[in-house]
Ligand binder design. Sequence first.
Ligand code: FES
Length: 325
Amino acid sequence: MSVRRLAEASVQPASFAFNRANAAAAKQWIKKYPKGREQSAIIPLLMIAQEQEGWVTKAAIETISDMLGMPRIRGLEVATFYTQYQLNPVGTRAHIQVCGTTPCMLRGSEALMDVCRSKIHHDQFHTNDAGTLSWEEVECLGACVNAPMVMIFKDTFEDLTPERLAEIIDLYDAGKGASVNPGPQNGRTTSEPITGLTTLTSEKAILKATRDEEAAAASRAAQAAAPADPAASAGTEAAAAPSNAGKPRTTAVETDPTLKSPSAAKVAPADEKAVSASAPGHSAANANMTSPEVEVVSKQRTGPTTRAEVVPGGVGDDKNGKKPV
Ligand code: FES
């Protein structure tokens, strides 16, 4: 990734102002944040400025920082950090950001950059002769499952081959960029397998409506299978009753089946307190004690004491392995 610096002073405009529509949009964005937190709107405001001017100028960064009541240096920090902001004039029809991070690199991003080199300019951040196209290498753009990919303005074009990228660049150069569908370019849907779904092929199986329907059908089937005379089936039902054989034999009050819990009877807090064991009082000396062989002193710790310092032969012992007195 290249160092991100502001454009040369020679190409920087002297001033910046939002047009009427964008000024209203900026106001809306600022209103989304609580009073005193208006600075949080810097990201969308810089993006609106970029969409208006084609790139983010120094004047735009300073004007927006002033609008949000933040030091200009903080506005500059944000603008120079994120690669979504173009700090130099870019191609008027497309600026192609090629992801060069590991997954995309392993899947062929170098070949995509070669396409950009041959079709646009050998070096990134330079426009083609007509000034319509430019390109750069960026870090991961978050579509690694569909690597390799590029981003053009706000759209991503994924699962690319060099041939397909060349076609896309040509379409943008011809002013037909809007006709290219963003997303995977190999026919798959989002990041599904190219051959289509192999799991979760039907939502029905996981819908509650399906489970309810199945439970109702099972209940209807059970009713249909039940004998018409309940008396005749009594013996069968008794035989099918759940067994208690596995239950532990105990007389503990907790397992007494006649007791219902929680008890409906309310106990007064004072009564409850009277029969409860009181919490032990706090003792800083006790709290700091460890096992006797470790804790050779019972006084309050005054600083870091480690086991190495208190066992014979530990830190600070004399040559006979005795603790200093
Ligand atoms: S590595 Fe290219 S999108 Fe993540």
